[in-house]
Ligand binder design. Structure first.
Ligand code: HGY
Ligand code: MN
Ligand code: MN
Length: 414
């Protein structure tokens, strides 16, 4: 029987392999619907089939591996995470959770074991939203909460989401087939913490109490392009100066609001010539808070700030909500066995909230959810220096297997 250490080494190797499937040379970038995503799906589907699973893709390209139960009419436990990445990403944010879920099924398959429920491992096709700026495209499409208007969103090349889904062998017009809640035991996602708490406390894993909500806004400031050498300062309507005012106003607001984080991560300038006054600037805004009312208040205040800047500078501002998700609480019904699994694996239990968004948030629309965090060095994430240890991965595999067996009512020694 493969040891947890053997499986952890295989998980690390697979994350290395997936980490090489990138749109850009020299760094890891894997957006929804791209060839590297297709290759990642093919690799993971092969590993799923080798683990005795049936692998399929749904209407938007989420890859779903199913390990049948022992007996008919059984419920299904969902495990998984996402395979897409941010730009210049680390190789564990997403893929690690898919690989750890797969490793648990491999242990069952190696023994020819079947549980009283089926296990589905979901490799979501888009969680980060790098290409279309919507969060959770894969999981919202799966559970049927994807806003149909999102299909008209366009990427940097003007390709709509609907066109990208078709090009990815999906069908944007297909009705969602959300798994029915009563057929599910729940959804459990393993993910790197992406924060410093577990590392600071010297813990390999932690239980997630909840996931904070987030609002993503797409903004445009439109002023007047003009000659940098001949246009007097007093006659300018500089879109980039307006955007710069907003970026610093966002930082000031968030620094003064307990529990709030707000970030401008993307900004592009048109026409983008060194001797032309910027006529148009588009930028992103990401606002998060554990309390939904506080987040909504912050979004209102920042919109008013943007409109005030536009008025003072004589430019026009467009403000469009690209996506927003409410804060969710993980299920006590699943937290209990996950906590017991950590204890029985011989580790202290720390419960912590997630500042990062995860597919577990949309999945909470159809079933109870839980998350297991894995320590990542220094909490570094969304960065190529993102790292985990094989020892911590081995702990996570053991904990998830214990969790699965506790749900199966087995609780026996592994
Ligand atoms: O943005 C997030 O929180 C996640 O990494 N998608
Ligand atoms: Mn992630
Ligand atoms: Mn991420």
């Amino acid at each position: 029987m493969m040891s947890y250490g053997d499986l952890a080494r295989a998980v690390m190797e697979r994350c290395d392999l997936l980490g090489g499937l990138s749109e850009e040379s020299g760094c890891l970038t894997r957006r929804y619907g791209t060839e590297p995503m297709r290759h990642a799906n093919e690799a993971v589907a092969g590993w799923m089939r080798a683990a005795g699973m049936h692998a399929r893709r749904d209407h938007v390209g989420n890859l779903i591996g199913r390990y049948e139960a022992d007996g008919a009419d059984a419920k299904t436990l969902l495990l998984g995470s996402h395979l897409d990445t941010v730009r210049d990403a680390g190789k564990y944010d997403g893929p690690l959770g898919v690989m750890i879920a797969l490793a648990c099924v491999e242990r069952l398959h190696e023994h020819g074991e079947r549980l009283p429920f089926a296990i589905e491992v979901i490799a979501f096709a888009d969680e980060e939203g790098l290409r279309f700026h919507t969060a959770y495209l894969g999981s919202t499409a799966l559970v049927g909460t994807l806003d149909p208007a999102a299909l008209r969103l366009t990427d940097a090349d003007g390709i709509t989401l609907a066109e990208a889904i078709r090009a990815f062998d999906g069908d944007p017009d297909a009705p969602a087939e959300p798994p029915l809640g009563e057929s599910l035991l729940g959804y459990c996602e393993t993910h790197i913490e992406q924060g410093p708490v577990l590392d600071a406390q010297g813990l390999p894993v932690g239980v997630v109490s909840g996931i904070q909500g987030q609002t993503r806004v797409a903004l445009t400031f439109a002023g007047s392009a003009g000659h940098a050498g001949t246009t007097p300062m007093a006659l300018r309507r500089d879109a980039l100066c307006a955007a710069a005012d907003l970026v610093l106003a966002v930082e000031r607001y968030a620094q003064g609001a307990e529990g709030l984080v707000a970030t401008v991560g993307q900004l592009s300038v048109y026409p983008g010539a060194s001797n032309v006054i910027p006529g148009q600037v588009t930028l992103s805004l990401d606002v998060r808070h554990p309390d939904d009312l506080a987040r909504e208040e912050a979004v209102r205040s920042l919109r008013a700030e943007a409109e005030g800047i536009a008025t003072r500078r004589g430019v026009v501002v467009e403000w469009a909500i690209a996506s927003q998700t409410r804060s969710i609480a993980c299920s006590p019904r699943l937290i209990a066995p996950l906590t017991r699994a950590i204890t029985e694996a011989g580790h202290p239990v720390l419960r912590l909230a997630s500042g990062a968004g995860h597919d577990a948030a949309p999945m909470a629309a159809v079933t109870d959810v839980a998350m297991l965090f894995v320590r990542c060095a220094g909490g570094v994430s969304h960065h190529p220096a993102e790292s985990v240890t094989a020892d911590d991965v081995a702990v996570a595999i053991e904990v998830i297997e214990r969790f699965v067996r506790l749900l199966a009512g087995e609780g026996h020694e592994l």
